[in-house]
Design a protein around this ligand. Structure first.
Ligand SMILES: C[S@@+](CC[C@H](N)C(=O)[O-])C[C@H]1O[C@@H](n2cnc3c(N)ncnc32)[C@H](O)[C@@H]1O
Length: 287
């Protein structure tokens, strides 16, 4: 595991370094003499550790029971029209209509920065953020709608759902549906007793492998070295994932977004903190 340098990242870092440094209030609150100013020493506050039981009602019993169309109305309408046109023109390959499926999931999406950057890069793929905090998930949903209003015809493929992904991810995605799964700057849960709350766990990895298509990619990045090691170890140990080579990472247009595409990543970049990237592929059978 190592911090990956890319030309985009180097350029972005140079631009950011030219700006006056901003005070990092979290670092100031938690400053310890040995730690660099950007170091994180405990989890972010105010993140619910339990999820209201009423949320069960909002989680679908099965992925196809969820009202995805309400998240992407324009995208669904265009998809339906395309299918109808294909059928009308006698396109034999058209087949019966099937709704589009979400392909990318950003788990713990925070304020949705990655979704906003993915949208124009992959306009034909639906992407969803999963966020446990009610107000934050509502903000991301509204951010997507506002972007659509501001840029008609764009940002129709991104949205956010409020959920505890550690409990309900399989309720939202069917087998092999996802092609990209993101865990960007997840909460570190520093205390050993809280490691079970980490979003990368062996049992959860089996759920992620189930939802991912063969060849689908899991992207993880953190500024906490120990958590980076933990995620690398857990995913490496899992039989259904293999690490991408450095060349494969460099060739992937998504990788540069991981460093600065999210609000947390931008904070780390401003503070010139280290980042620890681990990218894995879902393999066909146990390795
Ligand atoms: C440190 S923030 C990182 C946010 C974003 N990925 C970024 O890079 O800016 C971690 C986010 O994960 C969310 N989160 C934590 N546990 C979660 C869970 N079980 N399900 C969904 N979201 C969760 C938190 O509310 C928080 O917004």
């Amino acid at each position: 595991m190592r911090a990956l340098e890319t030309p985009e990242r180097t350029a972005a870092a140079a631009v950011e370094r030219a700006r006056p440094p901003e005070p990092n209030s979290r670092a100031r609150r938690e400053s310890a003499p040995a730690a660099p100013p950007y170091a994180r020493t405990r989890s972010a506050p105010r993140i619910p550790l339990t999820f209201p039981s009423s949320s069960r009602a909002r989680s679908p019993l099965r992925p196809d029971a969820y009202d995805w169309e309400s998240h992407y109305p324009e995208f669904f309408a265009k998809h339906r029209k395309k299918s109808a046109d294909a059928e009308a023109s006698g396109d034999a390959a058209a087949g019966p209509y099937s709704p589009p499926l979400v392909r990318f999931a950003d788990v713990g999406c925070g304020f949705g920065g990655l979704l906003v950057r993915l949208s124009p890069l992959f306009p034909d793929d639906l992407a969803v953020g999963m966020e446990i905090r009610d107000k934050v998930s509502q903000y991301v949903k509204e951010r997507c709608v506002a972007l659509r209003r501001e840029h008609p015809g764009s940002y129709e493929n991104i949205s956010c759902i409020r959920t505890n992904s550690m409990k309900y991810l399989p309720n939202f995605f069917q087998k092999g549906q996802l092609t990209k799964l993101f865990f960007l700057f997840p909460d570190p849960h520093f205390k050993t007793a809280n490691h079970r709350r980490r979003i990368i766990q062996r049992s959860l990895l089996s759920e992620y492998a189930y939802a991912l298509a063969v060849g689908g990619i899991v992207y993880t990045i953190t500024d906490v070295e120990e958590l980076g090691r933990w995620m690398a170890e857990k995913i490496e140990e899992h039989p259904m994932f293999e690490r991408l080579t450095e060349e494969e990472c460099k060739a992937d247009p998504v990788v540069p977004l991981l460093f600065t595409g999210t609000e947390e990543g931008q904070k780390v970049e401003r503070n010139e903190g280290n980042t620890f990237l681990n990218v894995f592929r879902r393999v066909e059978g146990p390795k």
